[in-house]
Design a protein around this ligand. Structure first.
Ligand code: NAP
Length: 246
């Protein structure tokens, strides 16, 4: 089914910011591929979007599973032959939901789990889909980072995030930011743009209901970066159009 419309893959699109990102991109005429850990949740979410008039395609993609990544890349190659937008949205927070864990008390299991999804799987997913992104006029990669990945802000005792020190999660997003910078530099002579997004503190399962930002606002940064024009930035860390310090 070759298409003139833009095609976007959003990972972890069955709920939270990822689902809303798929919805908002779909509302702007993009064909959205709804990536989710299970086929059932991908199908349910795609069906909800289709009922809203959005062109949505379900895709089973547990980002940590090599077999899923290979299968997903083949499916999109066969179906569209290209990928315009990759939103690396899937992510996990601290296992116990507790956001304050001392760095020295962080277990190896916690580090493996969080880095496994937020960093290693994101790199692997990007590697799988880069050939398809290169087939497009202007590929866009959005890495869902967090302001908690900012070393500059963590190092400043007066910054608003100074007290929110959740080592494994924060460090995984810092490392993801490094990936953004490196990949953007490697792709600087192509039309592909790569950026890190901080969505805000958003009312999702991860953000909890204490978060001040509603989900539609929380998806805005991802959507803006997914639809950047040719003059837009690459290799930057952005929240609602503003640059954040690394
Ligand atoms: P969420 O509501 O907890 O949703 C996380 C999504 O990621 C779910 O769809 C989940 O799928 C998916 N996921 C996790 N592991 C996966 C895997 N191995 N394969 C495929 N999908 C997987 O979180 P959210 O708040 O929407 O967060 C989205 C992104 O924004 C994350 O990267 C997060 O770190 C980042 N972020 C969020 C906030 C915030 O305040 N909410 C702030 C800064 C950054 P399941 O349903 O199968 O678990």
């Amino acid at each position: 089914m070759p298409t003139d419309k833009k095609v976007a893959l959003i990972t972890g699109a069955n709920r939270g910011i990822g689902f809303e990102t798929a919805r908002q991109l779909g509302q702007k005429g993009v064909t959205v591929v709804v990536g989710a850990r299970t086929l059932q949740s991908a199908e349910e979410s795609a069906a909800t979007l289709k009922a809203e008039g959005i062109e949505a395609v379900p895709l089973k993609l547990d980002v940590t599973k090599a077999q899923d990544r290979e299968g997903a890349a083949k499916t999109l190659t066969d179906k569209f032959g290209k990928l315009d937008i990759l939103v690396n949205n899937a992510g996990v927070g601290p296992q116990d939901g507790m956001f304050i864990v001392k760095a020295v008390n962080t277990t190896e299991e916690e580090l493996q789990n969080i880095f496994g999804t937020n960093l290693f799987a994101t790199i692997a997913v990007t590697r799988s889909f880069l050939p398809l992104l290169k087939k497009c006029e202007a590929g866009r990669i959005v890495n869902l980072s967090s302001i908690l990945g900012s070393l500059t802000l963590h190092a400043d005792p007066n910054s608003p995030i100074a007290s929110v020190k959740t080592f494994a999660y924060d460090a995984s997003k810092t490392a993801l930011n490094a990936f953004t910078i490196h990949l953007a530099a490697e792709l600087k002579d192509t039309k592909i743009k790569v950026n890190s997004a901080h969505p805000g503190w958003v009312k999702t399962e991860m953000g909890t209901d204490q978060a001040p930002m509603e989900i539609p606002e929380g998806a805005k940064t991802s959507v803006d970066l997914a639809l950047l024009g040719p003059d837009g930035p690459s290799g930057r860390f952005i929240h609602l159009g503003q640059e954040l310090p690394w």
